[in-house]
Each structure stands twice: as C-alpha cells, then as structure tokens.
Design a protein around this ligand. Structure first.
Ligand code: AQP
Length: 336
C-alpha cells in the first residue's frame, strides 16, 4: 500500500456472469473500471449471486465466472490497482442483503424499472423473489465495502440511488454505519443500443444475437453485424439519438473505442456515406476484439486468474466481516 492509498476513495462495481459478455458491458461498465482504477481503491467483482434470479445451467454459469475474470483482466484491470473477486466467495454479501431486505419496503422495490421490465408479461408464479430483492443484494455489494463511487451503465443508476436511500435510512435508525455511494454514469456510452433495434439496449439476453457484439465472438462476424446495422435513409452523419438512433449508436461505439470525442468523429466522417462510415466502425470494433481476444487467450492459458482471486479473497473477507459484525451489533443480533 502506498502512503496516499488510505485516503483514496473506494470504487466498486460488477458484472453478472449470465450469457456472453457484450460490447455494451465493456463500453458502459468495464472501460470505466479500467480508466478509474489507478485513481481509486478499486474493487471489481463477478456478480454470480445476481445471476441466480433466473435459471442458469450450472456448468455454463460456472464457466462464465472464470470467463468474466479473464475478460476483466484482458480489458486491462490490473491486480496491482484492482481487487478482483467473486461475489459468492465472500458469504457476507448475502448476510448483509438479508438485513437490507428487512429495511426496504415493497413500494420502493416495486418501483424499480428493471424489475418492472424483467417481470413484464410473466405470471407471479414464474418471477423469482430474488428478481424482486436483487437491488438489496446490489446495495449490500456496495455498502459492505463503504464504496464511495459505483461506475455503472444508465440502467443500473436507479439501483445505486436505492442503495443511497437504504444507507440514509439505516444510518438514521441505527447510527452512522455506512457511506452514501455515488453512481458514476459515463457521459457517452451509458447505454449502447442493439444494432438491429437501436432503441433497445444491447443485451446479453438478446436471443437472436444479431444486434449484439459479443466480446469473444470472431472479429469477422462482428464486422458483418456492424455492416448490417439498422440506420436511416438520410445518408448524412451527425449525432441525434432521438431521430437517428442507429447512426448515433455507431458514433458512440466508434468514439468510445477510438477514444475521441463524438464531435471529432462527426467531423471526421462529415463527407462520408453510410457504407464508408460503417466500414471504419467495423474495422475499429474488429481491431478492438482482436487485441482483447489475444490477451484473453494468454490469460486463460496461465495461472493469473486463480492467483488474483486467491490474493483478493482474504482482503475482501476481512473488510466484509468487520462491517457485518458492526451491523449485527448495531441492530442487536448475535452475541457481542
Ligand atoms: N448495452 C449497454 N450499454 C451500456 N452499459 C451496459 N451494461 C450492460 N449492458 C449495457 C452495463 O454493464 C454492467 C453489468 O451489467 P450486468 O451484467 O449486471 O447486467 P446486464 O448486462 O445489464 O444484463 P443484460 O445484458 O440485460 O442481460 P442479463 O440480464 O440477461 O444478464 C452494468 O453497469 C450495466 O449498466
């Protein structure tokens, strides 16, 4: 630990190991973790308990967990700065989540947009209780470590806001215990859209996969998806998410991967037609995937994944144990 580290703010975030990881996960979340890691005391985890709100094939889930750690490392998370861990390997997340469930209300949980979206058109007998209480577990993930900031895509901002309310309620009832976390949403790329339906989020649960770029898919197949992305008939390139969602989405993807502002991208392509622009975006995405996948292959063939997780486990367990003991004492359970 360097001398300044104890004053550093803490960052925490995670990704669920469900389905194949997408370019949306990278641009909306993982890229932020990488860019911010050296300025924060950074904690990034595999949110495997969150995956359980729906049924997952156990073998596939198990494999995705390791895959995600490999992707985190390949994207540039550095164990020197970031404590990388698997949520289920620290049992305290679920302990604190129960306490939060008992301090949150049906009304506020029912207002969570993600719950409403994911339970829409389903009967009560096919929606798991976990889908409803998911935001309590997410709040627990955050406040267990007294995180100051939580970088997330826009779809998760409401859950961080709920965590803030839960902290304020708990601190008010039982005395100052948790820090109030701040969501950090990227200015551009907070929501990457489906290439075939650019008003819908690019999502791992997309069944056709045609509108979604997967981080481990072949660069050639990704190129084809970009070339057949839905646009409009104007053939003029400028940023207007309301009227030109397809072109605006491609501008955001290019700007995020090439690390240039949207204004600069628009300037660069002001005299290009859609075909030329798409080819450049496709090349940019293919280059990004090629480099990422080369690093990923190197990582999964070595022992870095287990070494990293083993080293982190002790640290996160100690922090979480101290916090849960403090909470149990404040609420009056157990012997102390
Ligand atoms: N399309 C996206 N654009 C920007 N950010 C996104 N994120 C996800 N998709 C996009 C951000 O990635 C982080 C991890 O998300 P998650 O794994 O917890 O859940 P998800 O990827 O949002 O889930 P999906 O894709 O809807 O599929 P399921 O639910 O089936 O796993 C978050 O910060 C999220 O904002």
């Amino acid at each position: 630990m360097n001398s300044g580290e104890e004053f550093m703010k803490r960052l925490i975030s995670g990704v669920k190991p469900t389905g194949e990881f997408t370019l949306g996960n990278y641009i909306g979340a993982i890229r932020q973790f990488v860019e911010m890691q050296s300025n924060y005391e950074s904690f990034v985890f595999v949110a495997d308990l969150h995956a359980l709100t729906i049924y997952n094939d156990p073998t596939e889930l198990h494999n995705r967990i390791r895959e995600l750690v490999g992707i985190y490392l390949a994207c540039g998370l550095d164990p020197k700065y970031t404590t990388l861990f698997i949520q289920s390997e620290n049992l305290y997340h679920a302990n604190l989540s129960w306490v939060l469930e008992c301090n949150s209300y049906m009304g506020e949980m029912s207002r969570m947009t993600q719950f409403k979206d994911k339970s829409k058109n389903k009967g009560n007998d096919s929606i798991s209780v976990g889908l409803f209480t998911y935001p309590d577990l997410m709040a627990s993930d955050i406040i267990l470590y007294d995180a100051d900031v939580v970088p997330v895509g826009i779809d998760q901002k409401q859950h961080v806001e709920l965590a803030r309310n839960l902290v304020e309620r708990f601190n008010h009832k039982y005395g100052d215990t948790f820090k109030v976390p701040e969501p950090i949403v990227p200015e551009a790329g907070a929501k990457i859209y489906d290439l075939q339906n650019p008003t819908k989020k690019m999502s791992k649960s997309d069944e056709s996969g045609k509108g979604c770029i997967m981080l481990l898919e072949s660069p050639e197949s990704a190129k084809k998806k970009i070339m057949s992305a839905v646009t409009d008939s104007e053939n003029k390139i400028y940023y207007d998410p309301d009227n030109k969602p397809g072109i605006s989405n491609l501008l955001v993807i290019y700007s995020s991967l090439e690390r240039v502002s949207i204004e600069e991208v628009v300037k660069k392509f002001e005299n290009s037609n859609y075909g030329e622009f798409k080819r450049e975006v496709a090349d940019s995405v293919a280059n990004f995937l090629t480099n990422l996948q080369a690093k990923y292959e190197e990582i999964v063939s070595g022992d870095l994944i287990d070494k990293t997780l083993d080293e982190s486990n002790e640290k996160v367990r100690k922090l979480a144990e101290a916090k849960v003991k403090e909470v149990f004492k404040k609420i009056g359970v157990g012997r102390y």
